[in-house]
Design a protein around this ligand. Structure first.
Ligand code: ACO
Length: 331
């Protein structure tokens, strides 16, 4: 038995912020941002929370699948920007969607959130614990970005991708392999200093801007290049996949240079790499499902296509999923 994605949709807020927006008040330029990151624009949600990014995508996803919302029996939300520390954003989404009876929970794995949550959803379906999992990868990064810091302000955006994971009627298609890692030794390089039980919020932490992202960009960059390339080449090796066998690499969209380095190590040309970082920046748990949803809606993913998903994020977390696309159920 295998499990597969049977419907997918995404939502990006309408308000677009170009590189010139930042260049007006920070010591930066469009040229620097494009050259160093590949990002040209990103979207920020002015009003509302992460669940408000998820709900429109979830409604479209359920409608495309052609099922009643009450057939969803589990909701997973991958995010580092939950509406609240508690209750879970999964519960908020369940209530906003008006689903009568289901269970669910949030998954915290930063930029690997979607990969880790997809692996979890697949295990729940394969074990018979859930039948139709609503899997949401979403972040409202604008709530934790320090907009006064040029080294992070330009990198992120807000967005959500939502899919339904259920049993595949063809065991040779769907999610065929998954490989994931965490290593807490990466924490010093990318974290939020205050707001958790390690350091509660106080006037002092707010004054010191410790509720925002802290990152050592270069250290994260180096670890991401190695982690994403290693895990992707390993999943190719253990599934006997050559670069010719792969239709699409679906990389987390953090930096175009990280994506290119991963594709190079895999021997995959740019024509087979999903890249939309220039339009949306890094939406953390949103990047991979947003890519798949966009490419599918453009008719660029065919039945039987081999997709390799690849991610790296805070923790550190990293992982890869081998997915043979199955059009069954996909509208
Ligand atoms: N505009 C102009 N100059 C800038 C900017 C900016 N927006 N940001 C940094 N600089 C400056 C730095 O201050 C530094 O100046 P200095 O030499 O006078 O000190 C100079 O550019 C070079 O800085 P570096 O940090 O060496 O630049 P680098 O080429 O590494 O690019 C970046 C920085 C874009 C942050 C890169 O390291 C990166 O993408 N790292 C990964 C971070 C990331 O993606 N985090 C997200 C979460 S994890 C993930 O998704 C993988």
């Amino acid at each position: 038995m295998s499990a597969t994605i049977t419907s997918i949709a995404h939502y990006l807020p309408p308000d677009v912020y170009t590189n010139d927006f930042f260049a007006k008040y920070l010591d930066t330029t469009d040229e620097w941002i494009m050259t160093r990151t590949g990002i040209s624009e990103r979207r920020f949600l002015k009003e509302g929370a992460t669940s408000d990014l998820i709900v429109p995508a979830a409604l479209e996803c359920i409608q495309k699948r052609g099922i009643d919302k009450n057939e969803i029996d589990c909701i997973l939300v991958a995010t580092v920007t939950p509406d609240h520390n508690f209750p879970s954003t999964a519960a908020v989404v369940q209530n906003k969607l008006g689903i009568e009876s289901c269970w669910g929970f949030d998954i915290s794995a930063a930029c690997s959130g979607f990969v880790f949550a997809l692996a979890t959803a697949v295990s729940l379906v394969e074990s018979g614990t859930a039948k139709k999992v609503l899997l949401c990868g979403a972040d409202k990064m604008s709530t934790i970005v320090n907009f006064d810091d040029r080294t992070q302000a330009v990198l992120f955006g807000d967005g959500a991708g939502v899919c339904i994971v259920e049993k595949s009627d063809d065991a040779s298609k769907g999610v065929l392999d998954k490989l994931m890692f965490i290593d807490g030794k990466g924490a010093p390089y990318l974290h939020q200093k205050a707001g958790g039980s390690a350091k509660k919020v106080s006037h002092e932490t707010v004054e010191n801007k410790e509720h925002y992202i802290y990152q050592d960009g270069q250290a994260v960059f180096k670890a991401a290049v190695v982690g994403m390339a290693d895990v992707s080449t390993e999943i190719m090796r253990r599934n006997n996949l050559s670069s010719d066998d792969i239709a699409w690499l679906v990389p987390h969209q953090a930096n175009l240079r990280i994506i290119s380095a991963t594709a190079n190590r895999m021997g995959i040309g740019p024509e087979k790499v999903m890249i939309n970082i220039e339009k949306y920046g890094n939406t953390t748990a949103g990047t991979i499902p947003i890519c798949i949803s966009e490419w599918l809606s453009k008719g660029l993913i065919k039945d039987g296509d081999n997709l390799v998903l690849s991610s790296f994020g805070a923790g550190f977390t990293w992982g890869s999923i081998y997915l043979k696309w199955h059009t069954n159920g996909i509208k």
